[in-house]
Design a protein around this ligand. Structure first.
Ligand code: GDP
Ligand code: ZN
Length: 298
């Protein structure tokens, strides 16, 4: 559930939590770190203390690629989905951050979707479903689900709950969009201070991302991953990056060069699609920025 100064907080079947150490040979045996979200086997020692004796296989992981000594650094194991949370207004959406989060989901081959909160602040009658702003249509067209919510008015909370039950969800987005408020209304008793989720660590390229899981009453977990929204993309292959924008995939097949990274190459069908308005220019600009970042990182 969380790892604090070498102590592993493990939720047992049945919901009881134990504080465990890590048996030295677990690391050697599997050659990888035990991360938040991992399934482990715990043993009780003669002195009554508990330790992790074995690490079970992962079905997925959200990781920053190859940052630490060329090793994969897993942020959360067994992640099912990433929710990129934004607000209709106040603050206005940070699209480059939303794109970064969705790319992170794609690179790690987990589901990504958008939560558009503060629907109560959108223009229009309160009893009408809030229209998805034009700026968000490209996400829809790229195949991402958009859940419109209001932590204040309660709109969309049931749909969000359904989406979270039984899964491990990474919930991330700019400060102030309402992440703590949404989780508080979905997880009574959680009592996150409003403004708390993901705000404990500084921002920047070298942000450390320490995760913790919050159990969802109906099953499933929400992962708090401070700093994830600022995570720099390192060691990411340019082709993999292009592929992590779903709307690029089809046009990319028509690019003249098979290894086209859709920058200045002649005969680039992705750039053609941007010019023709079939790919949103904002998404393409984010792609270019991430491409530069990935290349610098390498
Ligand atoms: P976080 O930084 O993403 O965790 O955002 P918080 O949950 O701390 O919310 C930031 C501010 O937005 C607080 O003042 C909340 O009361 C407010 N807020 C959160 N959700 C909503 C909402 O759906 N509608 C409105 N109008 N305000 C909200
Ligand atoms: Zn191309």
């Amino acid at each position: 559930m969380r790892i604090v100064a070498g102590t592993y907080h493990v939720e047992m079947d049945g919901g009881k939590w134990l504080e465990c150490s890590l048996r030295g040979r677990v690391k050697q045996k599997v050659g990888r770190q035990v991360s938040v979200g991992d399934l482990v086997r715990v043993e009780r020692l003669d002195d009554g203390s508990c330790r992790i004796a074995d690490l079970l296989p992962r079905r997925s992981a959200l990781s920053r690629h190859g940052v630490v000594r060329r090793r994969e650094q897993v942020i959360v194991a067994n992640v099912d989905q990433v929710a990129a949370v934004a607000a209709m207004a106040s603050p206005s959406p940070d699209f480059s951050m939303i794109n970064r989060l969705l790319v992170l989901a794609e690179l790690n081959e987990v589901d990504g979707f958008v939560v558009l909160n503060k629907a109560d602040l959108a223009a229009g009658a309160a009893d009408e479903p809030a229209a998805i702003p034009a700026d968000f249509q490209p996400y829809r067209e790229a195949g991402y689900e958009i859940l419109v919510t209001s932590a204040k008015g309660g709109r969309g909370l049931e749909e969000l709950r359904e989406r979270l039950i039984g899964r491990i969800t990474v919930f991330s987005g700019s400060s102030g969009v309402g992440k703590s408020s949404l989780l508080n209304s979905l997880m009574p008793g959680l009592d996150l201070r409003v403004g708390e989720v993901g705000q404990r660590k500084g921002r920047g390229r070298h942000t450390t991302v320490a995760a913790a899981l919050y159990p969802f009453p109906e099953g499933g977990y929400v992962a708090d991953t401070p700093g994830l929204q600022y995570l720099a993309l390192w060691d990411v292959d340019a082709r993999a990056l292009g592929h992590s924008f779903p709307e690029f995939r089809e046009p990319a097949e028509e690019c003249r060069f098979a290894d086209c990274v859709h920058r200045a190459e002649p005969g680039c069908a992705v750039r053609e699609a941007v010019k023709a308005g079939a790919i949103a220019s904002g998404r393409y600009e984010s792609y270019q920025a991430l491409l530069r970042e990935a290349e610098e990182g390498r």
